[in-house]
Write a protein that binds this ligand. Structure first.
Ligand SMILES: Nc1nc2c(ncn2[C@@H]2O[C@H](COP(=O)(O)OP(=O)(O)OP(=O)(O)O)[C@@H](O)[C@H]2O)c(=O)[nH]1
Length: 211
């Protein structure tokens, strides 16, 4: 099974937060970009489908410690899948997002998990996220179904609404907390301030922001 190997990184100086890479994965239109935008900028607005990958950073305080999350928001549309796989490498954590009103996106999340197992470090932290709970009257995936699948695969699980800002910071903060608890070798040394940008819109090339 092919796996991404990570080179041990020097430990960060105590004053600088360690950097962890988190990838957002899932079908198109499940709300990956909206979750990232809500978490990083506390905003919710109409956004075009992601092209390739978008990139955010956020420093998160966990008790007395802090860490920097590099959030890589991948495109859900099928045509970008080969590009998205490039961004899996070196990830410390993944949010596997589906839309609770779309059964197909839940099934697709299960497929994404198989891809992750092949391409990611075996210790990568994965959280399954059922988004759009504000549309519960159109629900096609019950909370129980999500939870049972997550438990069967030993994944963390939460349901969210990026629109109503329900459980969004809890998702990212729980992942951040878990990452910090996992020990020194999981985080990378700071690599300087990364650009914060959204590569959105049909005219943009499939690439992620350099930093
Ligand atoms: N009702 C509701 N709509 C949401 C929510 N989150 C996202 N949306 C809407 O769902 C649509 C898709 O959201 P995006 O955040 O662009 O989804 P995405 O998964 O990043 O899509 P791709 O970039 O194509 O992969 C947009 O119209 C959002 O406004 C939510 O929590 N509730």
């Amino acid at each position: 099974m092919a796996q991404a190997h990570r080179t041990p990184q020097p430990r960060a100086a105590p004053s600088q937060p360690r950097v962890f890479k988190l990838v957002l994965l899932g079908s198109g239109s499940v709300g990956k970009s909206s979750l990232a935008l809500r978490y990083v900028k506390n905003d919710f607005k109409s956004i075009l489908p992601t092209v390739g990958c978008a990139f955010f950073t956020k420093v998160v305080d966990v008790g007395a410690a802090s860490l920097k999350l590099e959030i890589w928001d991948t495109a859900g549309q099928e045509k970008y899948h080969s590009v998205c796989h490039l961004y899996f490498r070196g990830a410390n954590a993944a949010l596997l997002v589906y839309d609770i009103t779309r059964k197909d996106s839940f099934l697709k999340a299960q497929q994404w998990l198989k891809d992750l197992e092949e391409e990611l470090h075996p210790e990568v932290l994965v959280m399954l996220v059922g988004n759009k709970t504000d549309l519960s009257q159109e629900r096609e995936v019950t909370f129980q179904e999500g939870k049972e699948f997550a438990d069967s695969q030993k994944l963390l699980f939460m349901e969210t609404s990026a629109k109503l800002n329900h459980q969004v910071s809890e998702v990212f903060n729980t992942v951040a907390q878990e990452l910090l608890q996992r020990g020194d070798e999981e985080g990378q040394a700071p690599r300087g301030d990364a650009a914060v940008a959204l590569n959105k819109g049909p005219a943009r090339q499939a690439k992620c922001c350099a930093h």
